[in-house]
Ligand binder design. Structure first.
Ligand code: TRP
Ligand code: SF4
Length: 368
């Protein structure tokens, strides 16, 4: 049976290899040696696949105008999943790229039906969080989908002429008017940097969670169709795996007790961590004898994504777990200490960013 990815759904992906086959993604393996900077996300295959990353890298390294563009809906509180995108932006900035970050307030308004005023406020909050995480504001641009120049909206109108309903349904499954407009808006996000008005960046890379691939496919098809008229090229993309909630199920805004938010009190975060699903055995005796199962463990997932600083440390935790040399209580306490440090440092920087009023200076808020 063929699979569909729903960019608006919440679900756990079981088999990433299957996605590579089904959608013709390229595994990250071959390109890893070509990356000018190493990163744990690539080493650990959290960034596991791409489309045409080689093209983008070649452009960047040969001095072509290159940009990285991604975005997020400003709904709920930014959490450790959101921070993955911040981390990727930092990585590409360190390779010398400029980045552009979309606050998808139009999408959140239409599809998630969220309160307009709150979305605008939270958009600014996300920007502060991104900068605090380490995105360099000197080489980043942030914008709201609803506060752009008219040429951006013109693109949405033009794109609507060259897509059929059958094609939208083949990509997205059942689709509503709100979702159609949102997907064409996202295509405008992805393609607009190529226009002269917006800098003429022909070399665009979009880092996203793999659930966003339907939008990438649509953007690449539309780029082909407007290759002559607008001189558009296909964008490149990279895909990361989706961080799960602490119980191993979908991470979702409606289940805050299973997500760790960047803004929350570190002691509350640690309490959540202590209740996380692990790969531990029923008794200590059994765990010493059989070892734990880190591949089932959300604490290990946190070490993988955020808490283990280097490969040696990650391997040590893994080995100690499978060999029964460490029990879950101690392992969680160690993770908890790291999490507290991470959150404290981050929150301190958020406070600094906020007191500098930087966000007000660089972000143009929509007027209504
Ligand atoms: N749809 C994305 C999300 O749900 C947000 C988004 C909007 C986006 N425009 C984008 C992501 C362009 C990447 C590129 O998080
Ligand atoms: Fe997870 Fe650590 Fe327990 Fe292993 S020992 S199952 S990694 S919490």
């Amino acid at each position: 049976m063929s699979i569909k990815l729903d960019p608006w759904g919440h679900y756990v992906i079981e088999d990433y290899g299957r996605l590579i086959n089904e959608f013709g993604l390229e595994p990250i393996d071959k390109i890893e040696p070509l990356l000018p900077i190493k990163h744990r996300f690539v080493e650990r295959r959290i960034i596991f696949a791409h489309r045409d990353l080689n093209t983008w890298l070649k452009g960047l390294l040969s001095g072509e105008k290159s940009i990285v563009l991604t975005g997020f809906m400003p709904s709920g509180q930014p959490h450790l999943g959101t921070a993955m995108v911040f981390e990727e932006l930092k990585l590409f900035q360190s390779m010398g790229a400029n980045v552009k970050i979309v606050i998808a307030d139009a999408e959140a308004y239409s599809v998630r039906r969220e309160d307009r005023r709150e979305l605008i406020e939270r958009g600014a909050e996300f920007v502060a969080q991104a900068i605090a995480w380490g995105v360099d504001p000197q080489r980043a641009e942030f914008y709201y989908q609803t506060a752009m120049k008219s040429e951006y909206y013109r693109l949405i109108q033009m794109f609507s002429r060259k897509v059929s309903m059958a094609e939208m349904e083949a990509i997205y499954g059942e689709i509503s008017p709100a979702k159609i407009v949102s997907s064409l808006t996202q295509v405008a996000d992805i393609l607009h940097p190529q226009l002269e008005e917006f800098g003429g960046y022909k070399n665009v890379l979009v880092p996203v969670g793999v659930d966003q691939d339907p939008h990438i496919r649509l953007a690449r098809d539309i780029a082909d169709r407007f290759a002559a008229e607008l001189e558009l090229r296909r964008p490149s993309s990279i895909y990361h795996k989706l961080l799960r909630g602490l119980d191993g199920n979908k991470m979702s805004k409606s289940r805050p007790e299973y997500a760790i938010h960047l803004t929350e009190d570190p002691s509350v975060a640690v309490k959540k961590l202590m209740n996380a699903l692990t790969g531990g055995r029923a008794t200590a005796e059994e765990q010493r004898r059989l070892g734990g199962e880190p591949w089932k463990c959300m604490v290990f997932e946190l070490y993988m994504y955020h808490l283990a600083d280097n490969e040696a440390e990650l391997k040590e935790i893994y080995d100690n777990c499978v060999n029964g040399r460490i029990l879950c209580g101690e392992c969680k306490r160690r993770a908890g200490e790291k999490l507290v440090t991470l959150l404290r440092d981050h929150q301190k920087r958020v406070a600094e960013v906020k007191s500098s009023n930087l966000v007000d200076k660089i972000l143009v808020k929509p007027s209504f």
